[in-house]
Design a protein around this ligand. Structure first.
Ligand code: FES
Length: 108
C-alpha cells in the first residue's frame, strides 16, 4: 500500500518510494479522484525528478503538477505537458487501485 486516502487531502500530492522502481510514484488527489504518475519529467530523455523539496509536486495554485527544474506544468488528469519546454510530451501514468478501506495501491 502506498498510503491511505485519509493521508492525502483533496488538492494534495505526495511522492512514494517503491521497491524496484527507480523513480518515486506521485499520488495526487483531486476532486475526489486519485491519480498516479512517475516522478520523471519528460523534458530530458530518461526523465528528471520534478520536486525541489519533498512532495513539492504542484504549482502554487495547485491546479497542475509542476517540474521545478524548468517550469513545465502537467495536467493532473492526463499527464500532458500544458506549459513549458516539453509541450507535446506527457508524464507516465502509474495505475492505482483503491481498496474498500481507502488504501491506495499500485495496480500491477
Ligand atoms: S527537467 Fe522538467 S522542465 Fe526541464
Amino acid at each position: 500500500m502506498l498510503c491511505h486516502l485519509a493521508d492525502l487531502d483533496d488538492g494534495e500530492a505526495r511522492g512514494f518510494e517503491v521497491p524496484g522502481l527507480k523513480a518515486k510514484v506521485i499520488v495526487v488527489r483531486r476532486e475526489g479522484r486519485v491519480h498516479g504518475w512517475r516522478d520523471l519529467c519528460p523534458h530530458y530523455a530518461g526523465g528528471t525528478p520534478m520536486a525541489w523539496k519533498r512532495d513539492a509536486y504542484l504549482n502554487g495554485a495547485r491546479t497542475h503538477l509542476a517540474c521545478h527544474a524548468h517550469g513545465a506544468w502537467f495536467d493532473i488528469e492526463t499527464g500532458a505537458c500544458v506549459q513549458g519546454p516539453c509541450l507535446g510530451k506527457r508524464l507516465t501514468r502509474v495505475p492505482l487501485r483503491l481498496d474498500k478501506d481507502g488504501g491506495i495501491h499500485l495496480d500491477r
